[in-house]
Design a protein around this ligand. Structure first.
Ligand SMILES: [Zn+2]
Length: 324
């Protein structure tokens, strides 16, 4: 049973049930108490964005409210099922195959089609509002990538990182960024641009998916970000799987704005993508020049010479699955 939004009343209703994996840690209390505390924390994080008296969301002139029920799993009851654990319990085995590769980070996720999800307890439900966004049909707005720090031992050498998508990524995002109804798209604060509810903003277009039965089309792209650590002499670049396909859009990227800047998205690309993207010559295809290729070749040689190749491929495989 999906979690539905009523566009006339702005009420979001549904049922979310929690199952607790055998490796769910209840240190310091009874399992029942620890489980209920987890459910409470999850709900509170959802409500802090989706149903907050002090920062209400407005849709069609109505304040969004979320009388969704959050409770322990009831066998046979309709609704979403979220498994909370640490990835190594009995229930995890139904989700992670024995041959699956794990990245060291605990990355919670939900599967809309099957109304199920896996939540890593280590996140302390801080990802709840974002995951709830997926449960009400929203797509991620970041690119997956990794950083590299060759001074770290192998398990920590390629930590995952994400970069929010700028308004220049698509016509829709660009229009959202200039929207006059609701909150404009801001990559730094949008709920779906990060797995943490940093600012927790949502645009009117996003709410449009919440209050419909339509899934927001995904923004996934091929390719991963490679970002050198701040003190590392290597520069950030893109690594492509075959070919990176991120392009800035014609018509979006070369519009003239009233302030006279002929390419306003150029500065936005620099501003929003700086944390993980090497600033690129505007309008060019990512990873199209010889310098990029040199950086990547040097990086790959480094990976190989350290005997990291298998581990590195594992990271890429893991992240590409998440990029879907
Ligand atoms: Zn997400």
């Amino acid at each position: 049973m999906p979690i539905n939004g009523n566009p006339t009343t702005a009420v979001i209703s549904g049922n979310v049930m929690f199952a607790f994996d055998t490796d769910f840690n209840a240190t310091g209390g009874t399992p029942a108490t620890a489980q209920q505390n987890y459910i409470n924390a999850f709900r509170a994080n959802v409500m802090s964005v989706w149903d907050n008296v002090n920062a209400p969301l407005i849709y069609n002139g109505n304040r969004v409210t979320v009388p969704v029920t959050f409770g322990p799993e009831v066998a046979g009851a309709p609704g979403w099922k979220l498994i909370a654990g640490n990835g190594n319990g009995t229930l995890a085995q139904t989700i992670f195959g024995p041959g699956d590769i794990r990245v060291p980070q605990s990355i919670s996720f939900v599967d809309y089609a099957h109304e199920t999800g896996y939540l890593f307890q280590a996140r302390n439900a801080t990802e709840a509002a974002h995951e709830f966004g997926h449960m009400v049909r929203l797509a991620d707005r970041y690119s997956n990538g990794f950083r590299v720090n060759f001074t770290q031992p192998l398990p920590q050498r390629y930590p995952r990182t994400t970069a929010p998508l700028s308004r220049c990524y698509s016509k829709e995002l660009n229009q959202e960024a200039s929207a006059t109804i609701g909150q404009p798209y801001d990559p730094y604060t949008n709920l779906m641009s990060s797995s943490m509810a940093v600012g927790g903003t949502l645009t009117n277009r996003q709410l449009g998916f919440v209050f419909s039965s339509q899934l927001e089309p995904t923004y996934s792209m091929k390719g991963w970000v490679f970002r050198a650590d701040a003190n590392d002499p290597e520069r950030a670049a893109w690594l492509g799987k075959g070919e990176t396909t991120l392009r800035t859009l014609a018509g979006v990227t070369h519009m003239v704005n009233p302030n006279g800047e002929t390419t306003p998205c150029a500065s936005l690309l620099l501003a929003y993508q700086f944390p993980s993207f090497r600033p690129l010559r505007f309008g060019t295809r990512i990873q199209a020049n010889e310098e990029d290729r040199r950086v990547i070749r040097a990086f790959l040689r480094n990976v190989k010479s350290r005997g990291d190749e298998a581990a590195f491929r594992s990271v890429l495989q893991q992240l590409s699955a998440m990029n879907r």
